[in-house]
Design a protein around this ligand. Structure first.
Ligand code: DWN
Length: 411
């Protein structure tokens, strides 16, 4: 694989320390949102290794893959998952009610297909920043949104400020973890946010990732895996601070962090220090914690492969949902079209394609309902409740879901 397509860090992306230690190696993995139009055994793969900073305890990827390689043909559309539509509807209403008044500007970094921005009321000005041209095009066409098709940085922040003035709210959902230069991000936030503005960022939470062995949420798009303590360290370096945090179940467990300038008007809620204390109690400041996680992950792979080997000979097995994380699990556990006949997914852009690195055909959900296979590997496990409810007829006819998280199980 061409090594110029990725670079390895020497120093922590938050504190700059050179004391970063590798604790997990998930092997060579392709860009997991890069679904293929045809099977491609020679697809580019990149090393997927995770390191722990002994100084500030930030967990992050050892390698940064070129953005073009990851976002050239992006097939993730937030609005393809009904639970996300509801999630973002409530999110917009809360941000508007708590922090905005008529005429204010909200800017969303990584706005994808506009599923959040489109849910603010008409008297709120909106602006999206989205590097993936195909989803930005959808956001413009579907919702008439103003979108800057770039990766957010200080220059983009200045362009946004010239176009619309300072922002009273910046939101970033599953975006900050994708950004390699976190200090450049904060320079952009500082340039665009007004003096008492609020920066709201939603990211998967490291405590949930470790507690539920969610190793498949680790992939090249996700450069950082946040805990409150390292995040606080980043913010402090740029004159910002956390004033509130919400824990959410979305995407396997996330936090919504509310951030203001250090002289901001809002009182800090108790949850901020409570989570910092919980992180220490769970050992998120010790490399040994992550080394134990890594041994859990390899044991997990053996369990899943064992179960599939037991059933694949005599029964039809398909995949349910074709999420990015599903492609990590499939590549890491060497699960391909010899094991799964196909995978079904509600995203039109994914149907008719093949999974990157494992070449499993992706089909519409109607095939699943027509075939009613004996087993379905629930790759979109983060929507387990909604999907088990939606497919209760399948389960009544003795169809069984294989749950890959938080441990291998049949339901
Ligand atoms: O950071 C990111 C995370 C938060 O979201 C992005 N890099 C990309 C994306 O990751 P993902 O692809 O793992 O996200 P989802 O939302 O877990 O993907 C779910 C997939 O399952 C979608 O392709 C839609 C599909 N789906 C389905 O086929 N039937 C979803 C539901 C709810 C369903 O009933």
């Amino acid at each position: 694989m061409p090594t110029e397509r990725y670079v390895s860090i020497d120093d922590c992306r938050i504190c700059g320390s050179s004391s970063v230690s590798e604790f997990l190696d998930l092997g060579m993995v392709p860009a997991v949102n890069n679904f293929q139009d045809a099977p491609d055994a020679s697809i580019e793969k990149y090393p997927l290794k995770v390191v722990f900073c002994e100084e500030c305890n930030h967990v992050q990827l050892e390698n940064t893959v070129q953005r073009e390689a990851l976002f050239q043909h992006y097939t993730y559309f937030s609005s393809a998952s009904d639970p996300l539509l509801n999630h973002f509807g409530q999110y917009a209403a809360e941000v508007e009610q708590d922090f905005l008044t008529a005429g204010d500007l909200v800017v969303e970094l990584g706005c994808n297909d506009g599923v959040l921005l489109s849910q603010f009321s008409d008297e709120i000005q909106t602006l999206g920043v989205e590097p993936a041209e195909n989803v930005a095009k959808t956001a413009r066409e579907r919702h008439g949104l103003d979108i800057i098709t770039e990766l957010f940085d200080a220059d983009v922040a200045m362009e946004a400020r010239e176009r619309h003035g300072e922002a009273q709210a910046l939101v970033a959902n599953n975006v900050v973890g994708h950004i390699d230069d976190l200090h450049e991000l904060m320079h952009g936030v500082d340039a665009l946010l007004d003096d008492d503005g609020v920066f709201v960022m939603e990211v998967p939470y490291l405590i949930d990732l470790i507690n539920n062995a969610e190793f498949d949420t680790i992939y090249h798009e996700h450069i950082s895996y946040f805990a409150v303590r390292p995040l606080s360290r980043l913010l402090q370096q740029h004159g910002f601070t956390l004033f509130n945090i919400e824990r959410l179940s979305i995407h396997g467990g996330s936090i919504r962090a509310y951030i203001q300038r250090q002289d901001g008007s809002r009182q800090q809620r108790q949850i901020v220090s409570n989570l910092r204390t919980l992180e220490r109690a769970l050992g998120l400041d010790e490399l040994a914690t992550f080394e134990r996680f890594a041994s859990d992950v390899s044991r997990y792979r053996s369990q899943l492969r064992e179960l599939l080997k037991d059933i694949e000979g005599d029964a039809s097995v398909v995949g349910y949902g074709a999420p990015a994380k599903g492609n990590v699990l499939l590549n890491y556990c060497d699960i391909d079209a010899n094991t799964l006949d196909y995978i079904v997914d509600t995203t039109p852009a994914k149907q008719g394609t093949y999974t990157p690195g494992t070449d499993i055909p992706v089909r519409p959900p109607s095939d699943f309902h027509d075939d009613s296979p004996e087993y379905a590997l629930l790759l979109a496990w983060n929507y387990k409740d909604e999907i088990l409810e939606k497919e209760r007829e399948y389960r009544k006819q003795d169809g069984q879901f294989i749950l890959p998280q938080p441990y291998v199980d049949l339901v």
